[in-house]
Design a protein around this ligand. Structure first.
Ligand code: FE2
Length: 225
């Protein structure tokens, strides 16, 4: 995952949530990751001769044609730079009872938040229902990318799946999940990334082509896995 980490770029780029930061801007010890987990570029892309640079600002893209590659420099200065934060460096959050998604937040950006769901213990109280509750996000669309883990107990998805749950449409565990969860270990090996957008997402032509039209029916009790 890459992001721009400049404080000056906060109006347009993703950044750590405000509640993870001290007044001086440093990540708090209670945050699920630290500055040590953020990696800068090891080496810059390089090239020679005329280079196209596309710059997006205020929703418009401008194409520049430069005589030389912009990274053909002897040094770099500034406050906006690419960096990476691995999902594997995200410390999981767990609790005796179900921990709601905002607890797993990793980044915020204008009109969206990003959450990491990583392998962890879950809901270990004997009285706990070890499942997320049914919900309908009235204020956001919800995109999930299932990057790893065993999803055989859940219908309609597999490793590599991307799902879109449109804001306002109720969703949650499928029929039979509650019964199955009673005997299941109170831990999960899931690795998934969720993006909640506060403006509606519109599917592109390409997205429509790869859409699994059977997914909504995976909640039907009679549906195959
Ligand atoms: Fe959801």
């Amino acid at each position: 995952m890459t992001t721009r980490c400049s404080r000056a770029a906060r109006s347009t780029a993703s950044d750590s949530p405000d509640r993870y930061r001290a007044r001086n801007g440093q990540l708090l010890e209670s945050a699920p990751y630290s500055e040590r987990d953020v990696r800068g570029p090891v080496e810059l892309e390089s090239g020679e001769g005329p280079t196209e640079v596309w710059m997006k600002r205020a929703g418009r893209v401008t194409r520049y044609c430069l005589d030389q590659h912009p990274f053909d420099v002897v040094g770099w200065d500034g406050t906006v730079y690419p960096c990476a934060l691995s999902v594997h460096d995200f410390e999981p959050r767990a609790g005796r009872f179900h921990v709601p998604p905002p607890t797993h937040q990793v980044l915020q950006a204008p009109n969206l938040v990003i959450c990491n769901f990583v392998p962890r213990k879950i809901d270990w109280d004997p009285e706990a229902v070890a499942l997320p509750y049914h919900h309908s996000n009235l204020d956001s669309d919800e995109v999930m990318y299932y990057a790893g883990g065993n999803y055989s107990a859940r219908r309609g998805i597999q490793e590599g799946s991307i799902t879109l749950h449109v804001g306002g449409v109720p969703h949650g565990p499928q029929p039979g999940a509650l019964e199955a969860s009673r005997e299941a270990p109170r831990e999960t090996d899931e690795l998934a990334v969720m993006i909640d957008t506060f403006r509606p997402l519109h599917r592109t032509t390409t997205a429509r082509q790869v859409l699994d039209s059977r997914y909504p029916y995976s909640w039907h009790r009679e549906s195959p896995r």
